[in-house]
Design a protein around this ligand. Structure first.
Ligand SMILES: Nc1ncnc2c1ncn2[C@@H]1O[C@H](COP(=O)(O)OP(=O)(O)O)[C@@H](O)[C@H]1O
Ligand SMILES: [Mg+2]
Length: 259
């Protein structure tokens, strides 16, 4: 069953009163099944964040619609967990308060919130760090706080915008495993944005490739390799190769012609 439906989404921006509108997304349609881990992959500037924020309800599509369990998305809501590109933790709140913030408007009782907090600290291996402030945490720990904060109110879907973007290369593979474990444990439906082919293959059930041509979907690829995935296995390498070829299509018409 499709939990998320993106139907013919278009988005244009006007940067100033005099300038013409620029169309960033044109007629984008796809669905996400319940429990699926889907990745939106594409070059920088192809409209990934714009699309994710429309699904998050932070901005409206110019035309088209997004449905979550059949209901049209109009504004942000706790049924969608969102992890921003730079985590966006509140620096003046400790780990515990950052996580509890997303339960501020929840109907849970004080006891239920406390129980949920304990569960999330356990799940993210942050037990013992709950009184620390974000500035004193490593990048990986900050990322885990951001993810469990988004998971706290039991969202129907978790939206992740380049959740490992700020992590350096050496740590990245390790963090991919941690993130994967964290989201699998939560049994969530995931829509993640990345521009990293290997990350997409390692983590996703399905990869949707967006192009610089108004976000046009140039490939929709299922990754049928069982977990844990071996990065040096033949099927993995083949998958990376196939996806890399698909990503090349994402640049078509946009690569400057050399003279
Ligand atoms: N609020 C905005 N006003 C004007 N242009 C925008 C706005 N938001 C995004 N854009 C433009 O839309 C394009 C896609 O941006 P974005 O969605 O951030 O891409 P990505 O996340 O794939 O790198 C870029 O050219 C960007 O400059
Ligand atoms: Mg982006």
């Amino acid at each position: 069953m499709a939990i998320l439906e993106v139907n013919n989404v278009c988005k244009s921006f006007k940067t100033s009163k005099k300038s013409p509108e620029v169309e960033v997304l044109k007629d984008i349609s796809f669905t996400v099944e319940k429990g699926e881990f889907v990745t939106l992959l594409g070059p920088s500037g192809c409209g990934k964040t714009t699309l994710l924020t429309i699904i998050g309800g932070f901005q409206r599509a110019t035309s088209g619609e997004v449905l979550l369990e059949g209901e049209r998305i109009e504004k942000p809501s706790s049924d969608r967990g969102y992890v921003f590109q730079n985590y966006a933790l509140f620096p003046w709140m400790n780990v515990e308060k950052n996580i509890l913030y997303s339960l501020k408007f929840s109907k849970m009782s004080k006891e239920e919130k406390k129980k949920r907090l304990e569960e999330l600290l356990e799940m993210s291996h942050l037990k013992g760090h709950e009184k620390k402030y974000p500035i004193s945490l490593s990048g990986g720990m900050q990322q885990r706080v951001a993810v469990v904060r988004a998971l706290a109110p039991y969202p129907k879907i978790l939206l992740l915008d380049e959740p490992l973007g700020a992590i350096d290369l050496q740590m990245r593979e390790h963090m991919q495993n941690e993130l994967l474990q964290l989201v699998k444990e939560s049994n969530s439906t995931i829509l993640m944005v990345t521009h990293d082919v290997s990350e997409a293959v390692y983590m996703s059930d399905r990869v949707i490739v967006m192009s610089l041509n108004k976000g046009e979907i140039v490939a929709d690829m299922r990754i049928d390799i069982k977990h844990p995935r071996e990065r040096d296995s033949e099927e993995y390498i083949e998958c990376v190769r196939e996806l890399t070829n698909n990503v090349k299509k994402a640049f078509i018409n946009k690569v400057p012609v050399s003279v």
